[in-house]
Design a protein around this ligand. Structure first.
Ligand SMILES: C[S@@+](CC[C@H](N)C(=O)[O-])C[C@H]1O[C@@H](n2cnc3c(N)ncnc32)[C@H](O)[C@@H]1O
Length: 270
């Protein structure tokens, strides 16, 4: 954990400000529309691997690391989902967006629901897995929730040898809303992680500030939040999946890796 991140706590087990004290800003950081394109690809991969098209058949899907539920919101029309996240605050946000979905708090490295699903999905939250050991534990969690033939899909943000580092992306908010910059760099190329530095620009409304007219924004608060994400080559993803009991595969869904890996990692439970 970097000096700028608070310690993990029961309210915020990741310790990252984005999933704790700034969780109420999530819908300004990330909106369902930001996930539409990738969710469409995920849907195609899911039904291809399940060998059935969207229709009367509604597969059961466990999403681990659901976050604010943006990705899930594009899928609830054609799957029966259970959603999990390590952060209780993020679970609350996803519940508001996906009210019909069962939500549970759980760590993707260790949780066991004692139930099986047709598929397990871990979207960009898989990026919070930092070591090969934890990657294997996470895949074992997925395997424990699948029968043989069940489908696993992950959507890593970055891939070693694919995503250029350093990487910078920005989101400009509407007037009065949060904007941010996301800078990703690889300080130690021999390990399996990168540092992701978010700088948030948060417009502050006048809440009784002396001398400032009501409705006028007195300023913009600038806050930093440093995260750690995993960075593994494609080979590591595939070999680790095999170790955890899957027939591994992958789908290249985009050639634009300027701010992403462009890959979905897939597995069929053996
Ligand atoms: C970028 S957000 C996911 C956003 C999500 N794809 C969406 O559509 O809204 C990453 C999430 O991963 C969760 N997370 C991080 N480590 C986790 C772990 N070990 N187990 C479960 N969730 C975890 C965080 O709490 C956070 O909510």
């Amino acid at each position: 954990m970097t000096e700028n991140s608070p310690e993990p706590s029961p309210e915020n087990p990741t310790g990252y400000r984005m999933y704790g004290e700034f969780a109420h800003l999530w819908t300004q950081i990330s909106a369902p529309a930001d996930y539409a394109e990738e969710a469409a690809e995920l849907r195609e991969v899911l039904f291809d691997l399940l060998q059935g098209g969207p229709g009367p058949y509604r597969p059961t899907v466990l999403e681990l690391g659901v976050g604010g539920g943006n990705n899930l919101s594009h899928m609830t029309g054609f799957i029966d989902a259970v959603a999990a996240d390590i952060s209780p605050r993020m679970i609350e946000i996803s519940q508001q967006l996906n009210p019909g979905v069962e939500h549970v708090v759980g760590d993707m490295r260790s949780m066991r629901l004692g139930r099986k699903f047709d598929a397990v999905l871990i979207h960009d939250a898989i990026s919070y897995i930092l070591t090969v050991d934890d990657l294997r534990r996470t895949f074992e969690t997925a395997r424990a929730h699948l029968e043989p033939g069940g489908v696993f899909i992950a959507g890593p943000d970055w891939m070693r040898g694919v995503t250029p580092m350093p990487n910078l992306s920005c989101k400009l908010g509407s007037p009065g809303e949060l904007s941010y910059a996301e800078y990703v760099h690889d300080p130690e190329p021999d390990d399996t992680e990168v540092e992701v530095i978010f700088t948030f620009f948060i417009p502050e409304m006048n809440n009784g500030v002396p001398g400032v007219r009501p409705g006028v924004r007195p300023g913009v608060r600038v806050e930093e939040d440093r995260h750690r994400h995993g960075l593994f080559p494609l080979e590591t993803w595939l070999l680790t999946l095999r170790d955890a009991g899957f027939e591994p595969g992958n789908r290249r869904y985009s050639n634009d890796v300027s701010s992403g890996s462009g890959y979905h990692i897939t597995g069929i439970a053996l």
